[in-house]
Design a protein around this ligand. Structure first.
Ligand code: ADP
Length: 265
């Protein structure tokens, strides 16, 4: 615990007393450290692809000057690195937008069944590339919620895309919607949307930190998969704005289930 102590005299000429004021600044210092860590992380994440691009430019201008085949190879890698920077900047903007709107309650009426179907349609190509498969049946509960359609689309896109990416080749991703009369944390009726994969699963030590910005279990693998390390942080912030929450359960060797819990008025 850190304290700031301010020391002041109570009257002008004659000293009647002294006022000692203790202010607990632990949270302020923690917030400040988080902000500094975030800036350092962003700089590092942007610098890595940028350094690679600069290196390839030098090679194309130098040793590979007369080798069109090598130049093509380097250009392809440069393009992939530039796309990575582009995705990172996109995710940073999403995160800052969600934080900015944190206090504004979203008000649109949304049919989650329709929304999930459009996410699955958008991700069909990704599933084909991974040999993955979706298992989704029309829910047998009413699926209307109040929210921000673009943001909820992003939540389910991030989670289902992660299930495909980290589940490995041929993953089965099941999406199940159910209703509970009272969620024990929200203390309200809620819709549960459980996204399960039969991939390698996640070690329990990582679970509490998964939604931290830039937290990855295997940085190399995440980067290879095109991850920015911000996907689950964005999910968490969007769900906070919707007064909902994310629950993660996983068993090594068997798979993971990410459950979105949204209040149902
Ligand atoms: P990234 O951009 O790296 O995918 P995320 O915030 O979406 O970042 O996810 C954080 C980390 O959580 C990932 O790097 C990955 O290691 C792990 N992860 C996320 N979803 C799954 C999943 N379905 N199965 C296994 N690991 C996962």
């Amino acid at each position: 615990v850190r304290y700031n102590v301010t020391f002041s005299r109570v009257t002008g000429e004659e000293v009647d007393g002294v006022l000692l004021c203790f202010t607990d600044v632990t949270h302020l210092q923690q917030a400040d450290k988080m902000r500094r860590d975030f800036v350092a992380n962003v700089s590092h994440e942007l610098r890595t692809p940028l350094t690679a691009i600069l290196g390839f430019i030098e090679t194309i201008q130098g040793p590979a000057r007369g080798d069109p085949e090598a130049q093509q190879r380097f250009l392809t890698t440069m393009s992939a690195e530039a796309s990575r920077m582009n995705r990172l900047v996109g995710d940073l903007l999403s995160l800052s937008r969600v934080e900015e709107e944190a206090r504004m309650r979203p008000t649109s009426a949304i049919d989650l069944d329709q929304l999930l179907r459009s996410v699955l349609r958008n991700l069909e190509t990704v599933a084909e590339e991974n040999g993955g498969q979706f298992l989704y049946d029309t829910p047998d509960v009413p699926t209307s919620v109040t929210g921000d359609p673009d943001q909820l689309l992003q939540v389910f896109t991030n989670l289902i895309e992660n299930a495909l990416k980290y589940g490995g080749q041929g993953t089965q991703v099941s999406i199940k919607v159910s209703f509970v009369a009272r969620d024990h944390v929200l203390r309200k009726p809620a819709l549960l949307i459980a996204i399960s994969d039969n991939g390698p699963g996640i070690d329990a030590v990582h679970l509490p930190r998964l939604t931290e910005r830039f937290y990855r279990i295997d940085s190399h693998r995440s980067r290879e998969m095109g991850g920015t390390g911000l996907g689950l942080a964005i999910v968490k912030h969007i769900l906070n704005r919707h007064r909902g929450r994310l629950q993660v359960e996983s068993t090594l060797g068997q798979g993971s289930t990410f459950t979105v819990i949204l209040p149902k008025k």
